[in-house]
Structures are given as structure tokens and as C-alpha cells.
Design a protein around this ligand. Structure first.
Ligand code: AQP
Length: 328
């Protein structure tokens, strides 16, 4: 059975980068794979978080999964910290990870750059991510461009463990979609659209109103050529907007390029805004219904039970393989 595991960190309000690179893909996957979609709250706390905001956002991310159309009857939806096996397997795998390889992780270098106090958890976070994936014997992991290196590390750790202690883990393959795997900031197409960017105009939030969406897109940087053409080398600003449009309208890059031949950026941006609004409006109303509901609590409770039962099997095997004492 093909299995997928993926999640979106509750490290900031959710934006259309995470929608395009992750959530949008989850929807098609739930029919093709056995899916585990989680809220990686333990990853969020590798950098400082406001506890009240973290508490709220963990519910919000889960509510967005459901509001966007993930069906809890098909996919297991849960919060990472509700399943202690993640941390346990994370520790076992840390004994196999090398200091040097973790130091080479680009995301660690970027996130720690210029900071005085960097948590050791930020350094070891890719190992916890490996544990997340390996616990559920995921065969496939949808990853944005920036997570490829972490998935490579997961495979390396799994192979190292299997070679040393006998086959315990399945090796996961990445699924990298062509469109939407790297949605860049509206203010700067050289930087990924990120939840933690302090510039609110760099992203569109899933909770933004139609007016905010319109204004942010109107302000989005373009070039002076006035031609809607997909070319990341020469026209990164426009290529980014085309990708956003393609994700939200469900259209191909070719169709979009052809439609705006000879038309300026004004109508193009207005249509992107309409496509984003059309997709987000029903998601927002379902989100508002569910975010504080008992229904969501019950889904997460159920999801945690199911995930924990599944994870305990792999954890038991890994402990046994390493020679840790068992009493059964
Ligand atoms: N801008 C993006 N374009 C495409 N994919 C993206 N993803 C995130 N941003 C974009 C993908 O979504 C999944 C979940 O990501 P995450 O929220 O767990 O972590 P992240 O990539 O670190 O997201 P942020 O927004 O940049 O968070 P902060 O600022 O807190 O670090 C991943 O598959 C990711 O690739």
C-alpha cells in the first residue's frame, strides 16, 4: 500500500505558499494513497513561539486541512505532540545521525545565520522529521523544493539503520510537483513565501479578505516589460504570479500565457485575485465553522489514537533491532 505523510508547521498564519506546495497536493493524494497529515508542532518550537499563538495555530492548521477538503474518514489527521513515538524514534535516530551531515543542512544554515542563540533542536530537527516519516513507513512524501535535502537525509538514516541493525524502515520517495512547489514572496521572487516573513505584503494569508488579496496582488512586484511570459531566469516576478494563478485556477501555464498575450499586468493581476478569492472563500467559511468545534477536537483525538497505534509498531521494531530491553 502506498503511504504518504506530510504536514504544515504551526509557525505562523497559513499562507498560499503552504497551500500551493502542500495542502493543494494533499487533496489529490487522499484518494490515491493511505495518508497521514499531521500538524508538526514540535518542529515549530525549534524557533521561539508565543505559547498562546502556537496553541491556537495548531488547531487552525488542522481546521484548514479539513476546510480545504481533506476527509478525516480517508486520511489520518493528528497533532505531532499527541504521539510520543515521534520523539522516541527521533532520539534513536539521533544516535545514527552525524554532526557533520546535520551541519550541512541548508535550512539550518539559513535559519541560524546571524543569530546568537540557536536551539540545539533546530540543529537536530531534520532527524525528528526523519522519525515522522519512518514511523509510518511512508513510501512517498510530498515536499516543496526546500525540503528535498531533508528527505535525502531521511533516506540516508534509514539505510544506515537498516544496514547496521537489519531492515526496519521503508525508504521514502519524494513527490515534487511541477507547479506550486516553490511559491515565492510577492515582494521578492528570490525568497520563498514564508510564514515567518515580517513583511505582511510578502504573502497572502488563507484568512485574507478579497480586498486584502486584491491589494496585496496589486502591490506584488513585476517587471517593466508588460509581457505575461513564464521564464524563471528572465522574469521571476511574473513566473511566480503565473504559478500562483495556475494553482488557484487549476489551469496550465500555457493556457495562462496565451490568454494574456498582448494584455498588460493590470487585468492579469485582477484575474489572479479573483481566482485566489474564489478558492479561498469557501475554505474560509468552512474553517470558521470548524476551528473551535467539538468536531475538530474529536477528529484530532481519533487521529492521534490511530497514528499512535500505527507508530508503536515501527518503534517497537526499531527498539528491538537496537537491542533495547523489552519485557514482552
Ligand atoms: N512558499 C512555498 N512554496 C511551496 N511550498 C511551500 N511550503 C511552504 N512554503 C512554501 C511547503 O509546505 C510544506 C509545509 O511547510 P512548513 O510550513 O512545515 O515549513 P516551511 O517550509 O518552513 O514553511 P514556512 O512558511 O517557510 O515556515 P517558517 O517561516 O516558519 O519556516 C512543506 O512541504 C514546504 O516545502
Amino acid at each position: 500500500m502506498k503511504r504518504v505523510l506530510s504536514g504544515i508547521k504551526p509557525s505562523g498564519d497559513m499562507n498560499i505558499g503552504g497551500y500551493g506546495g502542500a495542502l493543494h497536493q494533499f487533496l489529490t493524494m487522499q484518494d490515491e494513497y493511505e495518508c497521514f497529515f499531521f500538524v508538526p508542532d514540535l518542529h515549530a518550537i525549534t524557533v521561539p513561539q508565543d505559547p498562546a499563538a502556537l496553541f491556537r495555530r495548531s488547531r487552525e492548521i488542522a481546521a484548514y486541512y479539513i476546510a480545504a477538503g481533506i476527509d478525516p474518514k480517508k486520511a489520518t489527521i493528528f497533532v505531532q505532540s499527541h504521539v510520543p513515538a515521534h520523539v522516541e524514534l527521533g532520539w534513536l535516530l539521533e544516535t545514527q545521525a552525524h554532526f557533520g551531515e546535520l551541519g550541512r543542512m541548508t535550512q539550518f544554515k539559513e535559519k541560524s545565520h546571524g543569530k546568537d542563540a540557536v536551539s540545539s533542536a533546530l540543529f537536530t530537527y531534520p532527524v525528528l522529521m526523519a522519525a515522522d516519516i519512518l514511523l509510518y513507513r511512508a513510501t512517498h512524501v510530498p515536499v516543496g523544493d526546500d525540503q528535498k535535502q531533508h528527505l535525502e537525509l531521511t533516506r540516508d538514516l534509514a539505510m544506515r539503520f537498516n544496514n547496521r541493525f537489519g531492515t526496519t524502515f521503508a525508504l521514502p520517495e519524494p513527490i515534487i510537483q511541477q507547479i506550486g512547489s516553490r511559491i515565492m514572496g510577492l515582494d521578492d521572487p528570490a525568497k520563498k513565501m514564508s510564514k515567518s516573513n515580517p513583511n505582511r505584503n510578502s504573502y497572502i494569508l488563507l484568512q485574507d479578505s478579497p480586498e486584502e488579496i486584491r491589494k496585496k496582488l496589486a502591490r506584488a512586484v513585476t517587471d517593466s516589460e508588460g509581457v505575461v511570459r513564464y521564464d524563471w531566469e528572465q522574469k521571476p516576478e511574473i513566473s511566480n504570479l503565473i504559478e500562483i494563478y495556475a494553482v488557484f485556477a487549476g489551469e496550465s501555464v500555457d493556457t495562462i500565457e496565451q490568454r494574456y498575450r498582448g494584455v498588460g499586468y493590470g487585468p492579469f493581476k485582477q484575474d489572479i485575485s479573483d481566482a485566489v478569492t474564489a478558492k479561498l472563500t469557501p475554505i474560509q467559511s468552512r474553517f470558521n465553522e470548524i476551528v473551535d468545534s467539538e468536531e475538530l477536537t474529536a477528529i484530532l483525538r481519533q487521529g492521534a489514537l490511530k497514528a499512535a497505534a500505527d507508530a508503536s509498531e515501527t518503534l517497537r521494531k526499531a527498539k528491538q533491532a537496537m537491542g533495547l530491553l523489552t519485557l514482552d
